[in-house]
Design a protein around this ligand. Structure first.
Ligand SMILES: [Zn+2]
Length: 178
């Protein structure tokens, strides 16, 4: 058996929500006053997590949210199933036209709460961005970025298993129009 967690991943009804290239929008810093350090801290941690994924996947940061498949917002996710959490990723499939025939694209809204320390924000962003880039499932090992249960130590790097699972996903067919 392969040392990855491909079996935990779920495709959409239209196929695997994976792409060869992603455009990501990250909520910009708007507070230029003395309290702006909190927004800057959040932004820095999210961009650090994104940089970790950029070593595995072609990812472009864009200024226009309409150009992005992944939108990262500085917001505490609403409570779900009586559980509070620091991050959430929500997947939709959109039919978009980018100067050619319309295509099916994943559009992922990622909510990352600013209410943690910088390490917590970075670890949460690393995990939620993993979902955004198509890893819609969880590993059962605490050392993986996509672990179902966070371990005692925040995971800031991708494990070999994370990378192997992503590599397998990238070899699967992407979304197809029904
Ligand atoms: Zn998760």
């Amino acid at each position: 058996m392969a040392d990855d967690y491909r079996h935990a991943l779920k495709p959409t009804p239209a196929g695997w929500p994976r792409r060869q290239h992603w455009c990501v929008w990250v909520e910009p810093i708007t507070d230029r006053g003395p309290t702006g350090i909190w927004q800057e801290r959040w932004h820095r941690a999210v961009v650090a997590a994104l940089a970790t994924w950029q070593r595995q996947l072609p990812i472009t940061l864009v200024d226009d949210p309409n150009q992005a498949q992944v939108l990262v917002q500085r917001r505490r996710p609403p409570i779900q199933h009586n559980r509070a959490s620091h991050g959430r990723a929500l997947l939709q499939l959109m039919e978009v036209r980018r100067g050619g025939p319309s295509q099916l694209e994943p559009r992922v809204e990622v909510l990352i709460s600013p209410g943690q320390g910088p390490t917590g924000i970075q670890a949460t962003a690393l995990h939620e961005l993993g979902h955004a880039f198509g890893l819609w499932g969880h590993s059962d090992q605490a050392g993986d970025a996509m672990a179902a249960q966070p371990g005692a130590k925040p995971v800031l790097e991708l494990s070999r298993r994370d990378r192997a699972t992503l590599q397998w996903l990238q070899g699967q067919p992407g979304l197809v129009q029904p």
